[in-house]
Design a binder for this molecule. Structure first.
Ligand SMILES: [Zn+2]
Ligand SMILES: [Zn+2]
Ligand SMILES: [Zn+2]
Ligand SMILES: [Zn+2]
Length: 188
């Protein structure tokens, strides 16, 4: 019967009727089913695009979006991270702390450590890396090229183009071992 079918169908969520906002300044909506006693509710915001809360030059990376109906505000952070050496880093307590956790800067070998810092608000992700400043190539032993880091003095060499690999002959088979005779059938 239709009544039974209708009830089953509504039980699965196929209610009918129009959604209406509860009040002009609320985003809560209610739908009273026209076919059964069920009442459903949901929330439908009318959300704006993201906009920066303050201009970048104000050292702020918070953006926000608002709902045009209710007063809801969402915020998040949109940093622009870049790598900095210690002596180039912008000021900031968090940054000083992060650099303090790195190896001793007075040891020249550690001068190439960099931290990831936001260019605008100076937030740091605490990511670090080593980034050398290689000088120009100078000839080294055996046709290799040597590069020296202008900051920390570390050197690296490119492989020599004349470097002959010791001849590596592919291993030769020693001939066939005694052949394994496949199992013989039990007679023809
Ligand atoms: Zn219904
Ligand atoms: Zn809303
Ligand atoms: Zn930022
Ligand atoms: Zn270096």
């Amino acid at each position: 019967m239709m009544g039974v079918l209708g009830k089953v169908r509504h039980g699965l969520g196929f209610h009918t009727g129009e959604w209406a906002f509860d009040t002009p300044t609320s985003c809560a909506q209610t739908r009273r089913c026209t076919g059964c006693p069920d009442v459903e509710t949901r929330v439908r915001h009318e959300i704006s695009d993201w906009v920066l809360r303050l201009p970048r030059k104000a050292n702020a990376c918070t953006r926000e979006r608002v709902c045009r109906r209710c007063a809801m505000v969402e915020t998040d952070q949109v940093h622009v991270f870049a790598w900095y050496y210690r002596e180039e880093a912008p000021p900031g307590p968090d940054i000083a702390e992060s650099f303090a956790a790195l190896p001793d800067p007075t040891d020249r070998r550690h001068r190439c450590r960099q931290l990831s810092i936001c260019e605008f608000c100076y937030a740091t992700k605490h990511d670090q890396r080593t980034h050398h400043q290689w000088g120009s190539a100078t000839p080294a032993f055996n046709g290799e090229q040597e590069y020296r880091c202008r900051r920390c003095g570390r050197t690296k060499r490119t492989p020599s183009p004349f470097n002959n690999q010791p001849g590596a002959f592919p291993g030769q088979g020693l001939g066939q071992g005694p052949g394994q005779t496949p199992g013989q059938g039990l007679g023809q």
